[in-house]
Design a protein around this ligand. Structure first.
Ligand code: DQA
Length: 145
């Protein structure tokens, strides 16, 4: 089993960025936690972060035939990007959407996600644990196939 973790814009600034909302830990901390968890589970994993919508679309397209599933936090593109939704639909890989914060209890504009309809589940407000839950969900989903 091989999974791709995608983090969208400004998540490279975790630790610095609005720590009251996103916490004090960095993207490197998150990627280390994911790598350790996947090693224990014998899952192959690659982590990717970009601030650019097109780069995220390219990465999703390139995942076709290379990965079994995707965990994606599209960050601000969640609320704007039909292109990321279409890319996820195009490759048709099982995907889980993750948000560190509880987007349902923040500004109104964060309540709508374009990508949700291409995902098997959405996990919100569980910080780093949300990514581990997403990996578990993908593992179970792929085991059933
Ligand atoms: C986020 C929530 C988004 O609304 C925001 O634009 C982000 C991060 C989260 O992980 O909570 O950049 O996806």
């Amino acid at each position: 089993m091989k999974i791709l973790i995608i983090n969208g814009p400004n998540l490279n600034l975790l630790g610095l960025r609005e720590p009251g909302i996103y916490g004090n830990n960095t993207l490197a901390d998150l990627e280390k936690l994911i790598a350790e968890t996947c090693r224990e589970k014998q899952i192959q994993v690659e982590c990717f972060q970009s601030n650019h919508e097109g780069a995220i679309v390219d990465k999703i397209q390139a995942a076709y035939g290379q990965f079994d599933g995707i965990v994606i936090n599209p960050a601000a593109y969640t609320h704007t990007s039909v292109a990321i939704l279409d890319a996820l639909k195009a490759v048709s890989l099982p995907a889980v959407e993750v948000h560190l914060s509880d987007v349902d209890h923040r500004e109104e504009f964060r309540r709508h996600s374009f990508v949700s309809s291409a995902c098997i589940a959405t996990i919100k407000g569980k910080h780093f644990a949300g990514y581990l839950e997403a990996i578990d969900l993908l593992e179970k989903h792929l085991a059933q196939k």
